[in-house]
Design a protein around this ligand. Structure first.
Ligand SMILES: [Zn+2]
Length: 305
């Protein structure tokens, strides 16, 4: 298999789910082996979509460098991974990727409009050699050797609209596009006030998230088990931070972005994939940030944001 980029630049306007700010992104072709790189229009320094760039992973995955931050990259990352696009330049004129409809579908549509171009460099996957596990209690992820990517996910939530949802799949491109990309993020109405006070969900609406009220879902579901499908979508997006497709069976229970990122770091360490020497600069900071805030990781449903 060869690496892929897109054929022409494409643009999308929208509002950030958390920041509530209007934002425009332009995705352009990028050279082989460059990976997915984000740029903030007013800053020169690119931010590679890599574990070393992750500065926050509660509610959303945020990457940054030297004070510049881009929030909620995971649905765009999932779309690129699902379509097998390795190299992409993403220019953003605000602090967050647009929410679209709360799923990866708008990014899939946009990337499909741009068309895909095969490149000369081979694509190298990350084959999991032995089981790797992160998390504890009722929240954990493990990845075990497998000949293809498989994902098995169990989501438990006390809310009767969610309950226990479990799904196992070996996502092909078609399956990703039809079964996972359209699954939207979700949030509980009762938490909205506190989240907004904390600078989160300020752009959230029933147009870009499944709203869960006391009596149930407020704006309908695209799939009966849309919640667990979105959790799988987030996992695909966060795993894409490794920059190479993962070959292994991921088994997850009630994870979220923080735990997804712990898995990414554990895989990176186990396979010696770090781009920076251990202990140097940013490579250490996000890890501590995850652990220090570990106790603050929200309920499984909320973690989907
Ligand atoms: Zn999400």
């Amino acid at each position: 298999m060869h690496q892929r980029t897109i054929r022409k630049p494409v643009t999308m306007d929208g509002v950030g789910l958390h920041s509530g700010r209007p934002v425009r992104i332009t995705m352009s072709p990028a050279p082989p082996n460059s990976g997915i790189t984000f740029r903030v229009a007013s800053h020169d320094e690119p931010i590679p979509a890599a574990p070393e760039s992750v500065v926050n992973c509660h509610y959303a995955t945020t990457i940054g460098r030297n004070g510049t931050r881009i929030q909620t990259v995971e649905h765009l990352m999932a779309a690129a991974a699902g379509l097998g696009i390795d190299n992409l330049d993403v220019e953003v004129d605000g602090p967050e990727i647009p929410a679209g409809d709360g799923s990866a579908k708008p990014f899939v549509t946009l990337l499909a409009t741009a068309g895909r171009a095969e490149q000369s460099a081979p694509r190298r996957s990350v084959k999991i050699p032995y089981p790797i596990r992160v998390g504890s209690g009722g929240r954990w992820i493990q990845i075990v050797p497998s000949e293809t990517l498989r994902i098995s996910y169990t989501l438990d939530n006390d809310h009767p609209a969610i309950g226990t949802q479990a799904l196992t799949c070996a996502p092909s491109e078609r399956m990703f596009i039809e079964e996972f990309a359209p699954a939207r993020t979700y949030g509980f109405l009762k938490d909205l006030g506190l989240m907004r006070k904390n600078g989160l969900a300020r752009g959230a609406s029933l147009e870009n998230a499944i709203g869960v009220g006391k009596r149930g879902v407020l704006n309908g579901l695209r799939y009966r088990d849309e919640f667990v499908r979105h959790k799988i979508l987030d996992l695909i997006g966060d795993l894409a931070l490794l920059g190479r497709p993962v070959v292994g069976h991921v088994i997850a229970r009630n994870a979220g972005h923080a735990l997804n990122f712990e898995l990414v770091l554990a895989v990176q360490r186990a396979l010696g994939l770090e781009r920076r020497p251990a202990g140097a600069g940013l490579a250490v900071v996000p890890l501590h940030a995850v652990r220090r805030n570990g106790a603050l990781v929200p309920a499984p449903g909320l973690a989907a944001f």
